[in-house]
Design a protein around this ligand. Sequence first.
Ligand SMILES: *Cc1c(COP(=O)(O)O)cnc(C)c1O
Length: 389
Amino acid sequence: MSHFETEAIRLSSTKSNQREHSSPIYLTSSFTFENAEEARQMFADEIEGNIYSRYSNPNTAELIQKVCAAEGTEDGIATASGMAAMFGSIASLLQQGDHILASRSLFGSTHQLLTKVFPKWGITSTYGDIADIENWEKLVKPNTKMLFIETPSNPGLEIIDLEWVGKFAAAHKLILVVDNCFATPYLQQPAKWGAQIVTHSATKYIDGQGRVLGGLILGKKELIQEVTYFARHTGPSMSPFNAWILAKSMETLAVRMDRHCANALAVADYFQNSNDLEFVKYPFLPSHPQYHLAKKQMKYGGGIVTLTLKGGLERSQKFIDNLQMISITPNLGDSRSIATHPASTTHSKLSSDEREKVSITDGLIRISVGLEHQEDIILDIERALEKSR
Ligand SMILES: *Cc1c(COP(=O)(O)O)cnc(C)c1O
């Protein structure tokens, strides 16, 4: 079973004695032992097995097995949300006095973690700009332990050279963490380029239908051991129900991403010369500043397109208010197309100066291109552009 699609569908670790074809849900807080000696052995890690669903559960195990096969990682844990994964990957592997080098263009809450939450415990961060990547060397301090990046970034769609960054992290002995939420393992596998930890908000494309929250921390066995210890005792565990949904969703990830990417490319291509827009950004559009890099490390360009409207905040709000089909909600990676105005919502906690540095202008609209027919998506955007003039 060497193909992505086949493994995502056929790998399954759950089995009961009911001969079910589809994996059952194991909604149980704990698991029983044959006898006192087995209980002792399991707690002593002498034998493997499920003890308690905060530690492990057949449904989370199945999800992890599928995602690890997709990412090419050895092991992982599932968490209640993407942010629990971002937090856990840092909190479990670093300690007071450590320093993180991070790419500046990050998910809004990840930015809050690095600038507000971790400094309280003496873990500090410095941002590096992608345009200035040759100078990241100068940002590495004696106590720098981790390099945390997002590519493509949310919502800037900046692309970081994974091959370069993998070598850079190895040369400086930094733990390279890649938030692979936008690309999904179907489009890009950071572990291939040297990432030791890959994190996900499974809430987005892995679920793909806007139903459940979930997160993943995946990576090398010895690091995941640390992460597992941390999670076991701090309790960010994913519910078995969510894990069951997400394991099912993995079975359709490839076909969904094929369509998300085809629709997104069609939208980007259709609007790239529009007079209503300053520019359209999409990784697989030749006008993207890092088009060749995107082509090198991604299978397709992903499902997110950004439109920069002429006319700033007022025009952006008018545009959003005139959409008829496309949803106004902050999620992404859903089968339904979604429009978000990052400057006033997901990234509103950044100062205007911080927003400027990551190109989140008042005219920027993030479109998560869904699975509706591409002509209907294009028509809805076109009408809203006209009505917002
Ligand atoms: C949504 C998102 C997160 C946070 O995930 P939640 O599941 O909402 O907690 C982290 N990183 C990126 C890139 C995201 O888009």
